[in-house]
Design a protein around this ligand. Structure first.
Ligand code: FMN
Ligand SMILES: CCCCCCC(=O)C(=O)O
Length: 366
């Protein structure tokens, strides 16, 4: 299932997507907020970290399985929510659903998807599906989405807390003047579509992407309307991680939205260890942002993530060959992680810990 000679690492899928997607779609996917400092830093910071391998530890077989919120997944590499996957390939989110199911991993469904959440869940029953929601200003919209996700078989509700307003993408403004490409289909919100195509103005006026007046009380309310576990996506500080614990959420994801919201925040890998040390014994901590290689995954697990999530590589995989392309992406990362575990002396995910990473004050000057 490995990709052909043109795509041997995840960066190759990005190059393919840049060449083959329409300009507007490419810019929408690849952009970060404002000057894109954080977007670049997410990847740069991974490259700065140095590993300390151990040898002679019998790594002839490796076990990449782990659990997230009690559910077994075959690899600690899961899929972050990304909007409008149909712009990349007609397989859209159904392709991603089938690929993630085949790898028995977790896919987070974006609420602003090209296919409805019911169609995405039906596409493959394997793996674990979590539903991503915003705190919408109209509580009926939020409640309705949570109930639909429960009925469709989702096993967790991910609340994206870093998007009380959509970050400004300069590059989108240069090519289109819009927030999202004009032909975006938004299947979960029929009311705001004409022939499936979203009306960005009405959608943003009435539904909005988040509520700037949202507070922790909204998280308590969301907890009260569902029995599903709650995962907060977009936590970047120890302070907020501790408040999340007080509010009894089940897990947090250290995320800066792939550098698309507040520009100037640190790379997620640079705040992961302190957040994980503060709350990792109480709730599960995941991370996303800039994960592109097996050694990135290894570093993130060593610094306290229970699992990593990937955003853009999945849409670039879709752009390459639909469902097969997403499988290629997952297979490459899985193979790279397995090799990195062998070469660093780790046989199981539990063997991966901080001892295989050089001290931060030594590597951060590199
Ligand atoms: C095109 C695009 C759309 C996204 N849509 C969503 C979304 O609907 N909900 C959300 O919480 N995050 C969204 N994100 C952020 C991702 O979930 C994730 O945090 C980010 O892409 C991770 O960084 P990476 O792309 O470097 O892997 C989106 C990111 C991109 C690039
Ligand atoms: C008008 C819909 C905007 C969706 C924003 C999706 C997202 O989180 C991102 O593009 O980033």
């Amino acid at each position: 299932m490995a990709a052909d000679a043109h795509c041997v690492c995840l960066d190759d899928f990005e190059k393919y997507a840049e060449k083959h997607l329409s300009l507007m779609t490419w810019i929408y996917y690849c952009s970060g907020a404002d000057g894109e400092t954080t977007l670049k830093e997410n990847r740069r910071s991974f490259r700065r970290i140095r590993l300390k391998p151990r040898v002679l530890r019998d790594v002839s077989t490796r076990d990449l399985k782990t659990t997230i919120l009690g559910r077994e997944i075959d690899i600690p590499i899961c899929i972050s929510p990304t909007a409008f996957q149909g712009l990349a390939h007609p397989d859209a989110e159904a392709g991603t659903s089938r690929a993630s199911g085949t790898f028995n991993t977790c896919m987070i469904l974006s609420s602003v998807s090209s296919l409805s959440l019911e169609d995405i869940c039906c596409a493959h029953s394997g793996g674990t599906k979590w539903m991503d929601i915003y705190v919408w200003p109209n509580p009926r919209v939020t409640k309705d989405m949570v109930q639909r996700a429960e009925q469709a078989g989702c096993k967790g509700i991910v609340v994206s807390v870093d998007i009380c307003q959509v970050g400004f993408k300069r590059r989108m403004a240069y090519v289109a003047g819009d927030i999202v490409p004009r032909n975006a289909i938004i299947a979960n919100f029929d009311k705001y579509c004409k022939n499936g195509i979203m009306n960005e103005t009405t959608f943003l006026d009435e539904v909005k992407c988040g509520d700037p007046s949202a507070t922790w009380a909204d998280i308590d309310w969301i907890k009260s309307i569902t029995k599903l576990p709650i995962i907060l996506k977009g936590i970047m500080t120890v302070e907020d991680a501790l408040i999340a614990v007080e509010h009894k959420v089940n897990a947090i994801m250290v995320s800066n939205h792939g550098g698309r919201q507040l520009d100037g925040v640190p790379a997620t890998i640079d705040v992961l260890a302190e957040i994980s040390k503060a709350v990792g014994d109480k709730i599960e901590v995941y991370m996303d942002g800039g994960v592109r290689t097996g050694t990135d995954v290894l570093k993130a697990l060593a610094l306290g993530a229970r699992a990593v999530f990937i955003g853009r590589p999945v849409i670039y995989g879709l752009a390459y060959k639909g469902e097969e392309g997403v499988k290629n992406v997952l297979q490459i990362l899985k193979d790279e992680l397995s090799l990195a575990m062998a070469l660093s002396g780790c046989r199981t995910i539990k063997d991966i810990n901080e001892s295989i990473v050089m001290e931060k004050n030594l590597y951060c000057r590199l």
